[in-house]
Ligand binder design. Structure first.
Ligand SMILES: [Zn+2]
Length: 324
């Protein structure tokens, strides 16, 4: 493995620092760190979301997103090989606007880290229980009706959990909204469901039965689309974490259409993206709250062998190394 893949050689840092800071040759964050490549994409999309909000009723969001994560301060953390370092984010200012692509990404990373930490403890405490990944949908709706539709889906989900046949003893539920080709909104519920081992016996629910139960709970006059996937016995539920805790609205849908996005912002104002229920509440109820920390907990080590600073260059769509 080359230094480039495993970390960054200190010689590369030194030679790059001597380059002129304004030159196009100035190395970018993505040249230093493979794992920090997503920064450029998210910050680039943040510029587009900020433009969407500009001169709208959400002008304030526009300015806040514009100022978000303009500077990144990374600490050099030594790797096993001599003179090879990893970058660890040490400081940055985040705007925390809900649909800021950078903040949405950081929030999702923090939530995932929490879930990866907590779920193994649940498996330890309930070794015989099994896990399902359930997706519940309703028909697409005009984006202007999204709030009404989501309120109804959330109420319907509560009704579902109260049915005699509902097998879940704990769940993490998240709401995702995608944009249909026709510009309609497609809201759906993803749910990681913990069920007693008896589910794969007398209490088993077929796909058809799940569809019936959801149709009944949501009082739909049509057959809704549902999807139920069992997580293999030898797998722990963390395999589903990336699915369940992904973005409420994916980035490509945030930037696709300004009017749609402004209406979405209005419709989803103060709505909750993630809910935790049943026995899981005592393990990971914090997934319902905004993470305090978007930088990342630091358990790497206390060693501080220097810092690298990067600044967002809007024109070049890249974070570039700066000298101070
Ligand atoms: Zn932000």
């Amino acid at each position: 493995m080359s230094d480039y893949e495993s970390g960054t050689s200190i010689d590369a840092f030194e030679s790059s620092l001597s380059l002129h800071p304004e030159s196009d040759q100035t190395p970018g964050l993505s040249d230093f760190s493979e794992q920090d490549k997503p920064w450029d994409k998210h910050r680039g999309n943040a510029d587009r979301v900020s433009e969407h909000y500009a001169r709208s009723r959400y002008q304030k969001y526009s300015s806040r997103i514009n100022d978000c994560s303009q500077w990144l301060d990374f600490r050099l953390v030594p790797e096993a090989l001599p003179s090879v370092y990893k970058l660890k984010l040490s400081n940055a200012k985040f705007c925390r606007v809900r649909y800021c692509p950078v903040c949405q990404w950081r929030r999702s990373l923090m939530w995932k880290a929490r879930a990866y930490q907590a779920l193994p403890k649940v498996v330890e405490d309930y070794p015989k229980h099994r896990w399902l990944f359930v997706t519940l949908t309703v028909k697409n709706c005009p984006v202007q009706e999204l709030r009404t539709s989501l309120n109804w889906m959330n109420k319907s989900f509560i009704r579902l959990t109260k049915l005699k046949d509902f097998p879940g003893v704990g769940w993490i539920k998240s709401i995702e909204v995608t944009r249909g080709r026709d510009g309609k909104a497609h809201p759906h519920i993803h749910c990681l469901l913990m069920v007693a081992s008896g589910y794969f016996g007398p209490n088993y629910l077929s796909q058809e039965r799940w569809t019936k139960l959801w149709q009944q709970s949501a009082q739909l006059d049509y057959k809704p689309i549902t999807h139920v996937k069992a997580i293999a016995k030898h797998h722990d539920p963390t395999v589903i974490v990336p699915e369940i805790l992904k973005y409420q609205v994916k980035e490509s849908d945030l930037i696709a259409n300004r009017e749609w996005f402004l209406e979405l912002t209005k419709q989803l104002h103060k709505s909750r993206a993630v809910a935790v229920g049943g026995v899981l509440r005592s393990y990971i109820a914090e997934l319902e709250r905004e993470p305090k920390d978007l930088i990342g907990e630091d358990n790497a080590c206390d060693v501080d062998e220097g810092h690298l600073y990067f600044e967002w260059k809007r024109e070049q769509k890249k974070y570039k190394l700066v000298d101070s």
